[in-house]
Design a protein around this ligand. Structure first.
Ligand code: ZN
Length: 94
């Protein structure tokens, strides 16, 4: 793990980390070692985020549909499994 300054960007020619305000790469001498117009990592990050969001959405949908499928049943089961105390109470009150 190498500590990289936040303001440093890899040179487009030699991939050496260059300060953002540097106009010439100190390693290979290339002018404007970083390309300001071309975002180097943003599209990938955005695509990854979109994929992640889609996967999370699908997972959520599956989860919710599973809840819808098994929710009422589970509730009924819970009611069935409850000790007869509450049931008798309800019976007695009526
Ligand atoms: Zn360079």
């Amino acid at each position: 793990m190498t500590e990289v300054p936040v303001d440093a960007v890899p040179c487009r020619l030699c991939a050496t980390l260059v300060a953002r305000d540097a106009t010439v790469c100190p390693s290979c001498g290339a002018k404007e070692p970083w390309v300001p117009d071309e975002p180097s990592i943003n599209p990938r990050v955005i695509r990854l985020a979109m994929w992640g969001g889609g996967i999370v959405l699908v997972g959520l949908l599956l989860f919710v549909s599973g809840l819808m499928m098994f929710g009422p049943r589970a509730e009924e089961g819970e009611r069935d499994h409850r000790p007869p105390g509450t049931a008798s109470e309800v019976h007695g009150s009526r």
